[in-house]
Design a protein around this ligand. Structure first.
Ligand code: PHB
Length: 416
């Protein structure tokens, strides 16, 4: 056996992916050429990416009210990166994670640690609206390319839009804007009560609802503190006292679980139409509340587990295989965040020295996502989303989940 044959034989015994195989063929050709000119002993070249490591810093909550959201987004990002062998543009992608926790102080400290101590090439993450806003000026003045993977603060697409920040998830305005008129015209509700976590994402959701719902409100908004750990009966009883014909809810993570469990126990939602932005009935919440799910709830969101497209079915199957549970909207946003990074890094062939060019490549990414068509709005750096109006059902195969009853295509935040 010749030296080349021995080398190929040893390599082909390994589990090489297609990319590795192409590299291998190239190096084999090189070896053959060398051998042809009598080139003596050769050392095989490396088969992985040869460029500098690309350090991706992730800031997401791994504790408190939104811990499950942080874990889903991380899983989604990792699933996409694994799909491409954790490399793009000839650079190995390495992930560094820090806990966003809840407060802006913690989220800023997490960002600074990744930028100043780990020297990351990019930041992705942020679940809480105030945390995206609190980091915005620091990320911008330090020219850190950033992808927001959840936090919906409207101002990030408007007065505080940044050259260095794109958002793959939504603005708080987006999922709710089509819902106000739907609740009024299609569901016929005339006396609604707003229920939301008392912080900017809740307030912006309520504001967006008021833009398209012009009916009456049954009472003053019911707004428990974010991350409420007291007795939910205090808040649920306010709904009963107000006697609305429907509620519109923004709660997420353990806030929604606590609320739905107590509302079910007290029978508070029996004669009320339950509506909201889809986070309060997303798969993370449904996995926790089981039979206490508010079947029939109507919600707006840019994704549903049940979307019947090839892209979504492939994503859902891959996610289930990797994590042994269904994905939720946060996992999907993470998966798309991974894709945007990989496509942009490939487009600039791994050269991120000039952040302006890298950011332009990020802004130009478009593809068929599990959510539908994905593209950024150049005016806002926010993704243009389909908004699906979904109804909560108990599916014989999928269990509690949301089926799509109407679609509003191309919903773009009104920022300029
Ligand atoms: C936000 O703070 O922007 C936020 C948090 C959780 C969600 C949606 C938005 O589910």
């Amino acid at each position: 056996m010749s030296e080349i044959e021995r080398y190929l034989d040893s390599k082909l015994g390994e589990d090489v992916d297609r990319r590795g195989f192409l590299k291998l063929s190239a190096s084999a050709a090189g070896l053959a050429a060398l051998a042809a000119c009598g080139g003596g002993t050769v050392t095989p070249g490396p088969s992985g990416p040869t460029g500098a490591e690309f350090k991706l810093g992730i800031v997401l909550p791994y504790s408190n009210v939104y811990a499950e959201l942080g874990s889903s987004i991380t899983n989604g990002i990792q699933l996409y990166l694994n799909k491409v062998g954790n490399q793009a543009g000839n650079r190995k992608i390495t992930v560094f994670k820090e806990d966003e926790k809840v407060s802006t102080d913690d989220a800023v400290a997490a960002t600074k640690k990744l930028v100043e101590q780990t020297s990351v090439d990019m930041i992705a993450g942020y679940v809480l609206s105030p945390n995206a806003v609190a980091n915005r000026d620091y990320l911008t003045s330090n020219k850190v390319p950033t992808i927001i993977a959840n936090a919906g603060a409207n101002v990030i697409s408007r007065a505080k839009k940044s050259d260095f920040i794109y958002r793959t998830s939504f603005s708080n305005w987006q999922p709710t804007h089509p819902m106000g008129s739907y609740v009024q015209d299609k569901l016929g509700l005339k006396n609604v009560l707003l229920v939301y976590a008392n912080y900017p994402a809740g307030a912006e959701t309520a504001q967006s609802f008021r833009e398209t719902y012009t009916g009456k409100f049954a009472a003053a908004d019911v707004a428990p503190p974010l991350g409420y750990t007291g007795d939910w009966a205090v808040w649920v009883s306010k709904i009963t006292a107000a006697n609305p014909d429907g509620i519109y809810v923004f709660l997420s993570g353990t806030d929604s679980v606590g609320f739905l469990n107590k509302a079910n126990e007290l029978g508070a939602l029996k004669n009320i139409k339950v509506t909201g932005s889809g986070f309060f009935v997303e798969q993370d919440v449904l996995g926790s509340v089981g039979d206490r799910a508010p079947v029939g709830a109507v919600s707006g969101l840019h994704w549903a587990l049940t979307l019947d497209t090839k892209e979504n079915k492939d994503f859902v199957a891959a996610y289930r295989k990797a994590y042994n549970k269904p994905p939720d909207v946060f996992a999907m946003d993470g998966y798309d965040t991974g894709r945007v990074l990989v496509d942009a890094l490939n487009a600039v062939k791994g050269d991120t020295k000039d952040p302006t060019k890298f950011l332009a490549a990020i802004g130009a990414v478009s593809f068929k996502s599990p959510r539908g068509d994905f593209k950024f709005d150049a005016a806002t750096h926010n993704v243009i989303n389909p908004v699906y109006i979904r109804e909560l059902v108990k599916d014989p195969q999928l269990g509690y989940t949301n089926k799509v009853v109407a679609t509003v295509a191309g919903v773009a935040d009104p920022g300029k």
